[in-house]
Design a protein around this ligand. Structure first.
Ligand code: ZN
Length: 121
């Protein structure tokens, strides 16, 4: 996926926060598409293959610590990496997330990306 619009960042942020991902990891998820990391990922990234993209800083933590951090913040009913599919759409998740957190994180991502790309509004 490549990133072109603030709308896409909005969707990623709402999903990320609902799923309990750390804000630093949500920010990193976007930047890694532009800073070269997508072609040269860290060898030791925890929880690979789960759909969660761990940032370099959180990659220093153990998988069990990360899982408990994620589950603590998780807003959807299922625990992290449990079997069974989570099917939520943005309007459902919007009821769960704190709008201020969403707005703050979107501004941070837009600012993180500003050296690389100006997103369409
Ligand atoms: Zn992180």
């Amino acid at each position: 996926m490549s990133l072109y619009s603030v709308e896409q960042v909005f969707c990623n942020v709402v999903f990320g926060l609902s799923y309990g991902y750390n804000p630093c990891c949500i920010r990193h998820f976007h930047v890694r598409q532009f800073n070269g990391e997508i072609f040269n990922p860290p060898a030791n990234r925890p929880l690979t293959g789960t759909g969660f993209m761990c940032c370099p800083e959180c990659s220093k933590k153990s998988e069990s610590q990360l899982i408990s951090e994620i589950n603590e913040k998780r807003l959807i009913p299922s625990t992290f990496n449990s079997s069974g599919s989570d099917n939520f759409d943005i309007p459902e998740l919007m009821d769960l997330v704190d709008e201020n957190k969403v707005d703050t994180l979107i501004s941070e991502v837009v600012s993180d990306l500003s050296p690389y790309i100006t997103l369409e509004r």
